[in-house]
Each structure stands twice: as structure tokens, then as C-alpha cells.
Design a protein around this ligand. Structure first.
Ligand code: NAD
Ligand code: AKB
Length: 317
């Protein structure tokens, strides 16, 4: 049996910390190398190797792959939607070049598997808003969405042309409490729990009736692992799979919190992120993921709210 050696790039981010910890549970700490531009995240300390690396430097990345006999790469480094609109060239450069570096080395070194996440940001104002299908009009209006759509085309291209086993999910907005979010439009749904517990109130940067697709982090981590563990012959989508769990508005998440914290108050001051949110779907049809590799979410708004309040209330991270 071949021992997999996994490299997680962007391991200190919102998804990276939790994904790295889960991969270390499955493959053993020594077989999962965490890397990032930043200092090692405190939650990763003493759970396995950490190597600082800039994924924009292809040579450094290539040497690391050879030196540690890497067989799989999870590429999580990216600039997200809200930060991307503040510096479009930077977002395009990082989001594209990091993926091309990984796909090229995967092709040259015949790596076993690559994981790269896409986003609901690949859709735009002309896509159907409700239950957005897997295949539909895709005309994103953010630099982040444009880079994710181009990335999806590159993934499919490297799979069809060179046989690279690259797999991808279009994550909705991800909600978690262990590691801070990285500058997205859906980050309000994390801040709201933190402010509810600490301040008893929250000023939301989106309007009260803005519905967006969302998912609790444990579901996102499980979906990622299930996709990566699935037999290759069950993966019919080589661009990126739609993935869905729940859809709610700021008003609805506020009401869900108020069931547990009756004095909680929410107000609204929409900013530039409203335009980004308005261009995205309200809900997603993830039928292909359900059919191909058996995806089913475990958390709805109520179950997630109970867990978020319990964990943020009891932790200081
Ligand atoms: P994040 O911003 O929290 O983490 C990204 C990490 O990449 C950071 O720790 C950062 O230091 C690191 N990084 C940045 N530039 C780097 C470089 N040049 N070299 C090495 N590391 C670098 O992002 P996240 O929320 O964890 O997202 C991870 C991936 O998932 C991204 O591709 C993102 O687009 C995608 N995604 C996230 C969400 C979400 O809600 N979090 C939703 C959809 C898609
Ligand atoms: C963002 O808001 O940019 C991310 C995403 C949905 O891709 N959370």
C-alpha cells in the first residue's frame, strides 16, 4: 500500500486549520505537512510538520514536493471576494498563479490527487438565483468569481489533457469558530455569533433580506474528505461540484440567535459587499454531488446556531 504524503497550502486559514487537523487524524500527523505564508496557527502546533512557503514561488514548491515525496496537495491559498475587490490584480495573480503552479507540478511529478476549492462566486447576476444548477449561465462580476471560474476551466483542462486527478467543490459561505475568516462577503454570518455573545448586538453589512447559500464547517470538511476519498470513476464533474446545506438571510440568522439570546439586537448598514452578495445565488442545487458520491449535509441553521453559541461562548480563539 502506498503511503500518501499530503501538503496543505494555506493551512493557517479558516478552512486550512480544520482540514489539516482532520487529515492528520486520518493519515497520521507526520504524513500531512502544513504550509502557509503566515506563522504556524496555534491549533496546528505539535500536531505535525509545518513549513512556511509562498506558493507563488513555483521552484520552492516543486523542491518541497520532491524533498518530502508529496503525493497529494490541498491548495487553499487565495484572496476572497471582499478583499479581492480592494485589489483586483493581486487577487487575480494569487488565485490563478498558485493554481497553475500546483497543476504544473502535479502533471510533471504525476501526483496522485489535487484538491482546489471553487466558490458560489463563479455565478453572477444572470445565473438563476434559486436552486442554481450545476451547469448554467456563469458570468461572475467580482475578480474573485472570475478567478474561480477560470480556475475551474484549468482544472478540467489539466484533467482531460494530462490526466491530473484534480477535484473541486464550489463551497457556499462557510461558518466556523476555530480559525478567523479571510475577507469574504459571507463573513457576517460568523461575526454575528461573536458579537451576539460579546456585545449582545450586531450591525450587519448586508441587508436583512439577503439570502445566501451557507454551510457549517464540519459539513464542509466532511464533503471535502468524501470527495477526495471517492473512487475516481464516480467523479463525473472535473470543473467543480455545486455543494449545498442551507440558505438564510441576516434577519433569519438573527432570529435563530434570538431563540437562545432573547436580548440580541441586529441593525443593518449595507456597504460595498451588498453588491457582491446581490450578484450571487440565494440557494444551490447540488444534485450532481448527491448522485455521484453520495453527498448529504448534516447541519441546518438551528443545529449550527446551537453549536456555534456553545463553542464561541466557551472558547476564546
Ligand atoms: P483564508 O483567507 O482564511 O486562508 C487562506 C490562507 O492562504 C491564509 O492563511 C493565507 O495566509 C494563505 N496564503 C495567502 N497567500 C499565500 C501564498 N502566496 N502562499 C501560501 N499561503 C498563502 O481562506 P479560506 O476561507 O480558508 O479559503 C480557502 C479556500 O477556500 C480559498 O480558495 C477560498 O476561495 C475557498 N472558499 C472559501 C470559502 C469560505 O467561506 N471560507 C467559501 C468558498 C470558497
Ligand atoms: C466569500 O464570501 O468570498 C467566500 C465565498 C463564498 O467564496 N466566503
Amino acid at each position: 500500500m502506498v503511503t500518501e504524503k499530503i501538503l496543505v497550502v494555506g493551512a493557517c486559514g479558516q478552512i486550512g486549520v480544520e482540514l489539516t487537523l482532520q487529515l492528520r487524524k486520518m493519515y497520521g500527523g507526520a504524513n500531512v505537512i502544513a504550509s502557509d505564508l503566515r506563522e504556524e496557527h496555534p491549533m496546528l502546533k505539535d500536531t505535525g510538520p509545518y513549513i512556511p512557503m509562498d506558493i507563488m514561488n513555483k521552484e520552492t514548491f516543486h523542491v518541497l514536493v520532491l524533498r518530502y515525496n508529496i503525493t497529494q496537495v490541498y491548495l487553499l491559498a487565495a484572496i476572497l471576494s471582499a478583499t479581492g475587490e480592494k485589489n483586483p490584480p493581486l487577487a487575480w495573480n494569487l488565485n490563478m498563479q498558485s493554481l497553475l503552479n500546483v497543476l504544473e507540478v502535479a502533471k510533471e511529478e504525476k501526483l496522485h490527487k489535487i484538491y482546489w476549492p471553487s466558490s458560489i462566486a463563479v455565478f453572477g447576476p444572470n445565473s438563476p438565483k434559486q436552486q442554481t444548477p450545476q451547469h448554467t449561465i456563469m458570468e461572475p462580476t467580482t475578480v474573485y468569481g472570475v478567478s474561480k471560474l477560470a480556475g475551474e476551466r484549468w482544472c478540467e483542462y489539466y484533467h482531460h489533457r494530462y490526466g491530473v486527478d484534480v477535484r473541486s467543490l464550489r463551497y457556499p459561505g462557510l461558518i466556523s469558530y476555530k480559525s478567523a475568516p479571510g475577507g469574504g462577503t459571507t463573513d457576517y454570518a460568523i461575526e454575528i455569533y461573536q458579537d451576539a455573545l460579546r456585545e449582545g448586538k450586531y450591525e450587519c453589512f448586508l441587508k436583512e433580506d439577503t439570502y445566501l447559500p451557507m454551510m457549517y464547517m464540519p459539513d464542509a470538511i466532511r464533503a471535502t474528505i468524501e470527495l477526495m476519498e471517492a473512487d475516481a470513476n464516480r467523479i463525473s464533474v472535473r470543473s467543480s461540484y455545486n455543494l449545498s446545506a442551507m440558505s438564510f438571510s441576516p434577519k433569519e440568522i438573527g432570529e435563530a440567535i434570538r431563540k437562545h439570546l432573547p436580548a440580541f439586537a441586529i441593525s443593518y448598514a449595507p456597504d460595498f459587499r451588498q453588491k457582491i452578495a446581490d450578484s450571487w445565488p440565494s440557494s444551490i442545487d447540488d444534485g450532481a454531488a448527491r448522485e455521484d458520491w453520495g453527498w448529504a449535509p448534516g447541519y441546518d441553521l438551528e443545529r449550527m446556531t446551537v453549536d456555534m453559541l456553545k463553542n464561541i461562548g466557551g472558547s476564546t480563539s
